[in-house]
Design a protein around this ligand. Structure first.
Ligand code: EPU
Length: 422
């Protein structure tokens, strides 16, 4: 198992380019199931979650190969085992996004029911409700979701909202099932995340007829078949936001290339509000901080609200703020594993239900800490950059799920991160 040793404090300075989005890549890889033949996806990051997804697709019968570094070729000519096995699904919950496309293509599928994870229960009831509305018969058997639609799926008007608003992968699943359904489907309360829009745009390139992309109301006219596609994945807005916080927390100066500020308005607004300068710069941006970190009130929400996937990183940043901030988590109410670890580094964070009161401290100090999930570990890396001394982070495999060799990206910018195998 690898650990990180991070020597701080440092100043992050220079230029970094953002990779393709993990959360776009995963459902779009699953979309390749819908069109027999060879699809090519470009700008796919080299992450362990992508490797797991490739393994999942191979088990179904697809041939998946990485070409030219950032491209993936997925040949889905043969799918002879429409089963998402527990052994893979338990490693990565996003595996659930094969359910919709497999059902549309094979009409009978079995996918392991995902378990809970470090950020909460994460049920899939809304995915199943949506697929049932399209005519699938769904049963649960020995921990597996068994979905059947022997005569194919039928379009329908579906309300897909849940107790926490829209669902990203639920929308992806129902949309991917509906593109090959008979007739028109309307998804109301669809997720509006840029990753869902990327998937919809990719499906349209494959021959689907989806309108309302990027809005909460998607209209899908079913088609008989789709064609394989070549598609470039959008930049990862969460990776971009993490780099922004790296610059902000270290009083740095960072040029971030390949970043769509338009997808990040809520994040940029909060950064500017706390005294960080973010300037658009030729397909990317320039981020600097000169003065103190001011306080903020942040509530996470589905897009276009502030993303839950940057909540932990902003908590690390506001921990060094001048005064009290409040962070309310409205998407995953239990996504707070980083609080205790940040407090071990001298932060003053207190959880009150779904809210966290962040009393700013003058400095963070190095400590041995444990990564618990992907974004929590990113927050610990950021805190380590700013803290006095050498922070040791255990279980960095969590961070490798969503950030490609983060130490090799941050070290040229002034970080002092050493990866060691223990
Ligand atoms: N929910 C339900 N029932 C469902 C589905 C969701 O109650 O059937 C609830 C969830 O428990 C949660 C809320 O609805 O409270 C939103 O969950 P959503 O379904 O949108 O999450 P997801 O699709 O499983 C994706 C990302 C997450 C990101 C969330 C929210 C991927 C692969 N994952 O998950 O990314 O946090 O949307 O934006 O796209 C990450 O990258 O670190 C990560 C966790």
């Amino acid at each position: 198992m690898d650990i990180f040793k991070i020597k701080g404090p440092v100043r992050i300075k220079g230029t970094v380019a953002v990779n393709g989005s993990k959360n776009s890549s995963l459902p779009i890889m699953a979309a390749a199931i819908l069109a027999p033949g060879k699809s090519v996806l470009r700008n796919v990051p080299n992450l362990s979650d992508i490797t797991v997804c490739a393994r999942l697709l191979r088990k179904l019968g697809c041939k998946v190969t990485r070409v030219n570094g950032d491209s993936l070729s997925i040949d889905s000519t043969v799918i002879d085992n429409p089963v998402g096995e527990y052994e893979i699904v338990r490693q990565m919950r996003a595996s659930i996004c094969i359910l919709g496309p497999l059902l549309a293509r094979c009409r009978r599928v079995k996918v392991s029911m995902p378990g809970g994870c470090a950020i909460g229960d994460r049920p899939v009831d809304i995915h199943l409700r949506g697929l049932r509305e399209l005519g699938a018969k769904i049963t649960l058997k020995n921990g597996y979701i068994v979905a059947d639609a022997p005569k194919g799926l039928r379009g329908k008007e579906i309300f897909l909202g849940g107790p926490f608003g829209s669902t990203v992968l639920g929308t992806a699943n129902v949309m991917m099932a509906a593109v090959l359904a008979k007739g028109r489907t309307v998804i109301e309360s669809a997720a509006c995340e840029p990753e869902v829009a990327d998937l919809a745009n990719c499906l349209n390139k494959m021959g689907a007829k989806i309108s309302g992309i990027g809005s909460p109301r998607l209209t899908i006219e079913g088609v008989k078949e789709l064609q394989p596609v070549e598609h470039k994945i959008i930049p990862d807005r969460i990776e971009a936001g993490t780099f922004m916080v790296a610059a902000a927390i270290t009083k740095g100066e960072l040029k971030i290339e390949n970043c769509r500020l338009d997808d990040m308005m809520a994040v940029v607004d909060k950064l500017r509000g706390i005294g960080v300068t973010v300037e658009a710069d030729d397909g990317g941006c320039f981020v600097t901080r000169k003065g103190p970190i001011k306080t903020a009130d942040i509530t996470t929400q589905p897009y276009p609200g502030f993303p839950t996937d940057l909540q932990a990183q902003f908590m690390a940043l506001l921990a060094l703020g001048k005064g009290n901030s409040v962070i309310i988590e409205k998407v995953f109410p239990d996504r707070f594993m980083h609080i205790a670890e940040l407090n071990r580094m001298g932060a003053n964070l207190r959880k009150e239900g779904q809210a966290v009161i962040v009393a700013g401290v003058k400095k963070l100090v190095a400590a041995p800490v444990m990564a618990s999930d992907l974004r929590a570990s990113a927050a610990l890396v950021l805190a380590g950059l700013a803290a006095d001394g050498t922070t040791v982070i255990d279980r960095v495999y969590h961070i490798d799920r969503g950030y490609e060799k983060i130490e090799t990206r941050l070290n040229p910018l002034g970080a002092k991160i050493v990866r060691e195998s223990v």
